[in-house]
Design a protein around this ligand. Structure first.
Ligand SMILES: Cc1cc2nc3c(=O)[nH]c(=O)nc-3n(C[C@H](O)[C@H](O)[C@H](O)COP(=O)(O)O)c2cc1C
Length: 209
């Protein structure tokens, strides 16, 4: 595995790999391709994530560079993402089931929507960490026209398109615009535990070591 550019960050030293060396690069090698087996392994990582009632509400559209799905996604990227996302080897467009399928018989009792975003996020995290464990990098993003991608890729109305996950290997910084080079150099920050972890009740500090 290549030496990490950013990790370990303060507080991350004790984390296990690949958590410790995960970060979101914006410079991908636009000639690198993943094998079908590698793509399948990443999807297996998502597949084995836990979910509410084992409902597995997630779906992934595999948009490999040069495919028609990739072309659709690239047309709808936000300006800030239009430089770096297309260079990644593959983009997984994520979706999750937010309503019962028509004629599924689920009707009123269906509660999957309560946890659909949680479960998709967890599957996305599994895929992202599996990528790192395979010596790859993943960068999740939401800056694209999700409604347009939903419609043009034929996603059913009871699924919501949520994010993209760009996966590949790091490229040469000299090959990309200054904006994407600069983005990678930004210092990574996290809120301290004291800002979001509570003890006996909300607002009671938890005694961090
Ligand atoms: C739901 C979601 C949406 C994101 N959207 C974008 C995006 O549109 N463009 C981008 O460059 N990064 C995007 N990111 C990446 C975050 O900016 C990044 O994860 C965060 O700054 C922390 O940096 P790190 O992943 O290197 O720890 C997104 C991440 C998540 C989880």
């Amino acid at each position: 595995m290549e030496p990490p550019l950013h990790a370990p960050m303060p507080g991350a030293e004790a984390l296990a790999e690949p958590l410790r060396s995960r970060w979101s690069p914006s410079i991908f090698d636009d000639e690198h391709r993943l094998t079908r087996d590698q793509v399948a392994t990443l999807l297996h990582a998502a597949q084995w994530a836990p979910s509410w009632g084992n409902s597995q509400p997630w779906s992934f559209l595999v948009a490999e560079r040069g495919s028609s799905g990739h072309d659709v996604l690239v047309r709808h990227l936000s300006r800030g993402n239009s430089g770096w996302v297309p260079r990644a080897s593959v983009v997984f467009v994520t979706a999750t089931q937010v309503a019962p399928a028509p004629d599924s018989g689920d009707g009123k009792g269906w509660r999957g929507g309560d946890y659909a975003l949680h479960d998709l996020g967890q599957a996305a995290a599994h895929l992202t960490l599996q990528a790192r464990a395979m010596g790859l990098h993943a960068h999740q993003f939401a800056g694209f026209d999700r409604e347009a991608v939903h419609d043009e890729l034929g996603v059913p109305p009871w699924y919501r398109v949520v994010t993209g996950i760009a996966v590949g290997v790091r490229g040469n910084p000299d090959d990309v615009p200054e904006r994407d080079r600069e983005r990678e150099q930004r210092e990574r920050h996290r809120r301290p535990l004291a800002d979001f972890v509570w003890g006996d009740s909300w607002g009671d500090p938890w005694a961090a070591p």
